[in-house]
Write a protein that binds this ligand. Structure first.
Ligand code: BGC
Length: 417
């Protein structure tokens, strides 16, 4: 009798335990814009980890490089009172969302996980709103890269340019040999990505900081900025006639397939080379944008969590935050994504030479003042200002606007709040 009662009690306990377990299997809906080959492979790692924790991953992917489409969709969901569990948001926008009062406070997870010691200050600063963690970083991307097909350069007898003065000669040679010199997708954020690198190469990091981060009117209206627009115009001469609207990863494919010589793009482009089985140093080269040797425009991807009332949802958010910060995720994700881990303690042994260079330059540039936030990737100034400046850059790229006019427009766009 006693044994039977004991067995019944045990069965009840097991049923209860199972029910509790399944109640804790949270569904996490995650908004992101990682839809290219390399990006999709990277985000699949996060999904795997969450599933291993017993959570259900609800993918909320909004295509469109640079994330503009994703941000529009996100706003409408939040306004409708139905935010996703987590969303890919970065830079000063984290502050803007924080001020709306809709973000979950991740302080206790961050404290338990020692995030303050694991993350470099340049990263942790971006993740906090009023001193509390509200975002989790997945990586550090470097934007000022030039992706080169060395076979194409060889065939054209062209030398990889290290300064903007050398650039036209190399580009001319590539064109004469029948190649597209610059693989580019004409979308505003891609134009802006080239522009910020040109500003850095022409003016140097101190100038970049003054103009693109501090929005200093004198720097914005300076002769150096006029020169940056002139150089940007030169780059425009070397893109093919079908560039308008092309996605960035299709432009990367042009370099991979040997149709084009080079592309100016952040190291998410490396994710495409990696996904295509290409090897750095052999099939392609990662080179500093002319004139930016050792400088580093950083772009940190991160996720915020939206306030939730149910304990299941909160558990899902905690699982997600812990998964993102785990060393194994930071390693695998970034091997696929082209970026470097946000955590300082992840070993770089498995990473290629491009990532190792990025890592070394990230550390070195943080000491010399040549580590600057990417404006094109929403790390430098508030979203409205970024948008206004980007509009000027794109208008210039797609018209005959003079550099002098562009400088005036740029300086007034920088006043947009
Ligand atoms: C993001 C990258 C992404 C790229 C292209 C950037 O703004 O930081 O993670 O791969 O846009 O979509």
């Amino acid at each position: 009798m006693n044994t039977i009662r004991h067995k019944t009690k045990l069965a009840a306990a097991i049923t209860l335990a199972l029910a509790t377990f399944s109640a804790q299997a949270a569904e996490v809906e995650v908004l992101h814009w990682w839809t290219s080959g390399g990006e999709a492979k990277s985000v699949a790692e996060l999904k795997k980890l969450m599933q291993a924790k017993g959570d259900t991953w609800k993918d909320f992917a909004v295509s469109g490089g640079g994330g503009e489409n994703a941000m529009t969709v996100l706003k409408s969901r939040v306004v409708a009172g139905d935010p996703p569990t987590a969303a890919q948001i970065k830079g000063p926008s984290i502050q803007e969302w924080g001020a709306e009062g809709v973000l979950a406070d991740l302080s206790s997870t961050a404290k338990a996980g020692n995030w303050d010691t694991l993350l470099p200050p340049v990263v942790s600063k971006v993740m906090k709103y009023k001193g509390n963690y509200v975002a989790v970083p997945v990586n550090v991307h470097r934007v000022n890269w030039m992706w080169v097909n060395p076979a194409v350069f060889n065939k054209a007898g062209a030398k990889v340019p290290t300064t903007w003065a050398e650039f036209p000669d190399a580009a001319d040679k590539l064109q004469k040999a029948g190649f597209i010199a610059v693989a580019h997708g004409g979308q505003p954020w891609q134009d802006f990505t080239i522009f910020e690198s040109v500003v850095l190469g022409v003016g140097g990091p101190e100038f970049y900081q003054k103009a693109m981060v501090d929005l200093d009117q004198t720097a914005l209206k300076s002769a150096t900025m006029t020169k940056a627009f002139d150089t940007f115009r030169t780059v425009r001469k070397y893109v093919d006639k079908d560039f308008s609207g092309r996605d960035w990863n299709l432009a990367t494919q042009m370099v991979i397939q040997g149709k084009a010589g080079m592309q100016f793009m952040g190291d998410w482009a490396k994710g495409e080379f990696t996904a295509a089985g290409k090897k750095p140093g052999k099939d392609y080269l990662c080179v500093d944008v002319p004139g930016t040797q050792g400088d580093f425009t950083f772009n940190i991807d991160s996720f915020v969590m939206f306030k939730q009332s149910s304990s299941d949802a909160k558990k899902g958010q905690e699982d997600l935050a812990n998964a993102i910060m785990s060393p194994s995720f930071q390693e695998t994700f970034n091997l696929n994504k082209g970026s470097i881990p946000a955590r300082l303690d992840v070993k770089m042994d498995k990473f290629d030479d491009c990532a190792k260079k990025s890592n070394a330059d990230f550390v070195a540039s943080s000491k010399t003042g040549s580590l600057v936030p990417s404006i094109a990737h929403q790390m430098a100034v508030p979203a409205a200002t970024t948008g206004a400046i980007q509009d000027v850059v794109t208008q210039f790229f797609n018209s005959n606007m003079s550099s002098k006019q562009a400088v005036e427009k740029l300086a007034s766009a920088a006043k947009t709040q």
